[in-house]
Design a protein around this ligand. Structure first.
Ligand code: CP
Length: 313
């Protein structure tokens, strides 16, 4: 607990439920966790004796692996359940799966599911801490937090920054968690993307601006968050061809020049390089993609230690 702010015993299902002070606590704790990550021997006993289940109903590379590494660095026992190799394929319901895991006396369940609200449902019916690792188009809180950590490391002060978020805002759990987290920390958010994928009502909220063209969103931006375009939306007719998308919204040198010279470029991965972002920009000096992956481990270590023990400070 720091200054009376705590996350001990809390479920992390969406950033709207965290206060600004709790987000600051996670960012401070994650900075400490990065020091552990830089050691030769990256193992500490903070979560020794704790059991954490990674329950993933959807594919993942970054989130699943980084939660596993995070738990292992902290000394916890990590158990991975892949829905395709579990009793879920025999038709076991989400409720029964969660309650079965709970009966094994685990301390936390990290969960990704295609249905919006799945993590909140799990948190309601089960006593272990539940951490949402992505639920449909709803939320991806640890991604929102690792993005904030990456921005803070480079810009120091979050309040007053301008962030452009480009792409499929409507179906993006990353965008939703970014918007929630960034607004809590005083970052101004500018959204742009295809008309069919741009929820205009968000523009009625304080500090959120919805733009008809990507250039207006990028003007003087301190941070550019390029979302992954989910190609399955193209089949549903919500999305122009990749060529058209690239022409209208892709991040290229000309568009990047509209942002501040030292603008940071974020992408949650995996990237569709060549049309949503050029190869050159994706591997350029301003791209934070690799740092985001490293910070993903630190933020997930912080979330596990803070929710399961309250942290040491
Ligand atoms: N950013 C992200 O959620 O990536 P994964 O799907 O690989 O976990």
């Amino acid at each position: 607990m720091a200054n009376g702010v705590s996350l001990k015993g809390e479920d992390i299902t969406a950033l709207e439920y965290l206060s600004k002070e709790q987000i600051e606590l996670v960012l401070q704790e994650a900075a400490e966790m990065k020091k552990i990550m830089q050691r030769d021997i990256k193992k500490v006993p903070a979560l020794r004796g704790k059991a954490i289940v990674n329950l993933f109903y959807e594919p993942s590379t970054r989130t699943r692996t980084s939660f596993e590494i995070a738990g292992k660095y902290l000394g916890a026992d990590m158990i991975n359940i892949n829905s395709g190799a579990s009793s879920i394929v025999k038709g076991e319901s989400l409720r029964d799966t969660i309650l079965t895991i709970e009966d094994m006396k685990v301390d936390a369940i990290v969960m990704r599911h295609k249905a919006e609200g799945a993590a909140e449902y799990a948190a309601k019916i089960a006593t272990p801490v539940v951490i949402n690792a992505g639920d449909g188009a709803h939320a991806h809180p640890s991604q929102g937090l690792l993005n904030l950590l990456t921005i803070k490391e480079h810009k120091k002060e979050l309040a007053g920054l301008k962030c452009a978020i480009i792409g499929d805002i409507l179906h993006s759990r990353v965008a939703r968690s970014d918007i929630m987290g960034m607004r809590k920390m005083g970052i101004e958010v500018h959204l742009a993307g295809p008309q069919t994928l741009l929820p205009r009502f968000l523009g009625q909220e304080k500090g959120i601006f919805v733009h008809d063209n990507v250039e207006d969103a990028l003007k003087n931006a301190d941070v550019i968050n390029v979302l992954r375009i989910q190609l399955e939306r193209q089949k549903a007719g919500l999305f122009p061809s990749t060529r058209e998308y690239s022409r209208l919204f892709g991040l290229n040198d000309k568009r990047l020049a509209m942002a501040k010279k030292d603008a940071l470029i974020l992408h949650p991965g995996p990237m569709n390089k060549g049309w949503e972002i050029t190869q050159k920009i994706a591997y350029g000096n301003q791209a934070m993609i690799q740092e985001q992956v490293t910070n993903g481990v630190a933020v997930r270590m912080a979330l596990l230690v803070l929710t399961l023990t309250g942290g040491n400070r």
